[in-house]
Design a protein around this ligand. Structure first.
Ligand SMILES: Cc1ccc(OCc2nc(C(=O)N[C@H]3CCS(=O)(=O)C3)cs2)cc1
Length: 338
């Protein structure tokens, strides 16, 4: 009896001294296992008087049950405490700032091109693209640019051979569409163009342009002005004013350059518009009759207007970027601002 009592007390002491479930297993093996202390008592049963055995056996079972009960309770408590501790560790503070996930950025040119395309697509224009390597025929001749025209010489144009050039404007795309003869035409042609110019803050040998062309019956200069005025207001804001200054291009007659009121100072004059209050945006004009004839369209039956705008120029103006080369250096610190 005393032996069982001391086993029970020792087991309780060891259970209470355990700090992890593994320790409880050791206690279980030590006292209740095959080689455990309680089993040893049962093995010593042969030394007990036969009439005492049932009593001793019952006491052993009671001791075993008591130890098992305490082991189980202690294990439950231990596991609950471990679980609570983990939950405390793993709490998520939803008020913490989220980590900034890196998203892609559009290039200023892309933003400018998509903005200009959106405006003209909204007016029912088609977006048409064409080859960057072009025949002299489409890049110059069909645009009424005669063989001896200064635009044709080496210092402005990259020649592949005497008949093939890197296109200097996207006009050849329009000429090709006009040649197809499906009228009326309302199109814009965005794309890369090449000039063997000096490279400086406002010139690059390769830049982007969007040209537009409208061909229909009774198209007038006021259609041109009205269309480009809407374009200017869409691009630079509803209070923008436009001004058309007479100009000359071989492929349009009459020709003009369009200025818009400076969107920085509203036309009063500032550093941005060099004090004039106006900023030149694009060139335009009525399609020259010779161009119609060379594309097989009767200039007596059809008229049209065309315009051309430099995309980098729009991007530089809109984002007040003072050096075009920043657009091509792929400096991520510059590009991620847009
Ligand atoms: C068949 C056809 C007939 C006429 C055409 O006229 C396209 C035009 N372009 C301009 C013009 O000023 N372009 C420049 C603006 C800045 S830039 O990017 O350097 C090129 C005026 S009219 C085009 C095609």
């Amino acid at each position: 009896k005393e032996k069982l009592q001391s086993i029970k007390e020792e087991a309780i002491r060891q259970i209470e001294a355990s700090d992890v479930p593994e320790k409880l297993n050791e206690v279980r093996v030590k006292f209740l296992g095959k080689k455990g202390e309680l089993t040893a008592v049962l093995k010593a049963m042969k030394d007990v008087a036969p009439e005492e055995r049932p009593k001793v056996g019952q006491m052993v079972n009671e001791t075993r049950a008591a130890i098992e009960k305490l082991l189980e309770e202690t294990k439950q408590n231990m596991e609950r405490k471990i679980r609570e501790e983990r939950l405390k560790q793993e709490v998520i503070d939803v008020t913490l700032p989220s980590k900034k996930n890196m998203v892609g950025h559009s290039h200023p040119n892309t933003i400018a091109q998509e903005e200009v395309e959106r405006i003209f697509i909204g007016m029912g224009y088609e977006v048409v693209e064409g080859p960057e390597i072009e025949y002299d025929l489409y890049n110059f001749e069909k645009l009424n640019i005669p063989a001896d025209h200064p635009a044709k010489d080496e210092q402005d144009t990259f020649y592949i051979n005497k008949d093939i050039v890197l296109r200097t404007q996207t006009s050849p795309v329009q000429a090709r569409i006009m040649e197809e003869g499906k009228l009326p035409i309302r199109m814009i042609s965005p794309g890369r163009v090449f000039r063997s110019d000096e490279v400086d803050a406002t010139h690059s040998p390769s830049f982007h342009q969007i040209e537009g062309l409208v061909v229909d019956k009774k198209i007038s200069f006021s259609d041109l002005k009205g269309t480009l005025e809407v374009f200017a207001k869409e691009l630079f804001g509803p209070e923008t004013k436009t001004k058309f200054r007479p100009h000359h291009f071989p492929f349009t007659e009459p020709s003009a350059e369009m200025d818009v009121t400076c969107f920085k100072c509203g036309g009063k004059g500032c550093r941005f518009c060099k004090g004039s209050g106006w900023i030149e945006i694009l060139g335009c004009g009525m399609v020259h009759p010779h161009v119609f004839e060379m594309c097989g369209i009767d200039p007596e039956e059809y008229t049209g207007f065309a315009f051309g705008v430099g995309l980098e120029r729009i991007a530089l103006l809109k984002y007040e970027i003072d050096d075009m080369r920043l657009l091509y250096e792929n400096d991520i610190r510059f590009l991620k601002q847009f």
